[in-house]
Design a protein around this ligand. Structure first.
Ligand code: 2IT
Length: 448
């Protein structure tokens, strides 16, 4: 391995030894940059990689709130402003009990490359809280969001840092967060958050963007393989916003999504998650706060597999849409045994590094999440543009731009990997293409 990369990686492993998710993504990304770092000895003189792995700023704060029973609760809030070389920090807010600094830093680091890949001017950031919204009342969610924003507002702004949703943060939460921001700032700066409702500056297609974009990317992969989405079967995990968009677009293009899952297990629907009623029910499942996939099986009379993941189902394409590290070696082995050809990551970092490299070694076509799920943040970037010009674009215009961005991300990744002599390696290609623009900007802007 390149000696400079090796040294930086060793340093990060020592200094951030207690942050496993962050170390995982840094290792995966840095190792794939070898060809470019070899070609640019000036990077080392400029301490480029050392700066790249250090967030520009980490904000951690107390979020006190009062539950419906009148009890005081205290959660931890975060915003990691990872890299602002190519634009204001941009990235979602995650409300989930597993949120900690390591998770925030992994997501912020990934976001930096993802946002660069979109070709829009957005830096990388991420935030959230260890607040678990499941089972909370609407009033509790609102009070929590208001308390969270009462600290966060001073660190963000339409030209500074623009949060959006992620796991546990959807349109409702963004509405409450924006209401409190507006109240404190006494200014109508709706470009401060994306994923807003359509009545106050939200972009058409933002809810669909991540899932639709992922399927557009899948179509590019299939095109490369002289294959077609029509008639393909897809196994998918999760049932949230991203899975919802995947189910709709895949169905519209002639594929069949046969599974969805939750922390309680997975559902197998041989007819496909393929009707408006089923898609609408996914939204209901999400807003119910029950967080269980079994509700779908009960409603539509399909088989439910408690405590199991859907990766044993024999399909053409697997698309994990839930959490980080849901696929390790046992799941990877299972997919290979079933003769899977396309492994399309959708959730952020759903695969352990060991499983990821194993699947690539075995000849599976692997598409990385930071490219596949970039449609979400892309339409967020388009929402920022609309807010800046105080106009709203037509849904079909936004969808056409999203498609174009996804086609370009795939093409840029393919080209970067080929130039590095790596063949059709979309994982390394996405890292190389995303890194290039950030590195150029950082080199031009001096030691900051
Ligand atoms: O992981 C992601 O890219 C997101 N959660 C979306 C971020 C955004 O700013 O729309």
């Amino acid at each position: 391995m390149n000696a400079y990369i090796e040294r930086v990686l060793e340093d990060v492993k020592k200094r951030d030894a207690h942050e496993p998710e962050f170390l995982q993504t840094v290792e995966e990304v840095l190792k794939s940059l070898e060809s470019m770092v070899d070609k640019h000895p000036e990077y080392e003189k400029a301490g480029l990689l050392e700066r790249l792995v250090e967030p520009e700023r980490v904000i951690e704060f107390r979020v006190p709130w009062v539950n419906d029973a009148g009890e005081v609760k205290v959660n931890r809030g975060f915003r990691v402003q990872f890299n602002g070389a190519i634009g204001p920090y941009k990235g979602g807010l995650r409300f989930a009990s597993h949120v900690n600094l390591s998770v925030m830093k992994f997501l912020g680091f990934e976001q930096t490359f993802k946002n660069s890949l979109t070709s829009l001017p957005m830096g990388g950031g991420k935030g959230g809280s260890d607040f678990d919204p499941n089972g909370k009342s609407d009033g509790e969610i609102m009070r929590f969001c208001q308390s969270f924003m009462t600290e966060l507002y001073r660190h963000i702004g339409p030209n500074v840092d623009v949060p959006a949703g992620d796991i546990g943060v959807g349109g409702r939460e963004i509405g409450y967060l924006f209401g409190q921001y507006k109240r404190i700032r006494n200014a109508y700066e709706n470009g401060v958050l994306t994923g807003k409702g359509p009545s106050f500056g939200g972009s058409p297609f933002r809810p669909e963007a991540t899932g639709f974009g992922a399927v557009y990317y899948l179509c590019e992969v299939l095109k490369h393989e002289k294959d077609d989405i029509k008639g393909k079967t897809i196994a998918m995990s999760g049932f949230g916003n991203v899975a919802w968009g995947v189910a709709i677009k895949a169905t519209q293009l002639g594929a069949k999504v046969v599974t969805l899952s939750g922390p309680d297990g997975y559902c197998y629907d041989p007819d496909g998650i393929a009707t408006q009623e089923k898609w609408d029910y996914m939204l209901e499942m999400r807003s119910s706060g029950r967080n269980q996939a079994k509700d779908y099986a009960d409603k539509f009379g399909v088989e439910f597999f408690p405590k199991q993941k859907p990766w044993g189902v024999k399909v053409d394409v697997c698309m994990p849409c839930a959490y980080q590290n849901e696929i390790g070696m046992p799941e990877a082995e299972q997919m290979l045994k079933n003769g899977l050809k396309y492994y399309i990551e959708v959730a952020n970092m759903p695969t352990t590094n060991e499983a990821l490299f194993y699947m690539m070694d075995k000849g599976l076509i692997v598409a990385p999440s930071k490219a596949v799920n970039a449609g979400g943040v892309s339409v967020s970037g388009l929402e920022m543009s609309q807010n800046s010009e105080r106009l709203t674009w037509k849904p079909e215009e936004v969808d056409a731009m999203l498609l174009n961005i996804m086609v370009n991300i795939h093409a840029a990744s393919e080209k970067a990997a080929e130039e590095a002599g790596l063949g059709y390696n979309l994982v390394a290609g996405a890292n190389l293409a995303g890194f290039k623009k950030v590195a150029d900007a950082m080199m031009a802007q001096g030691i900051v």
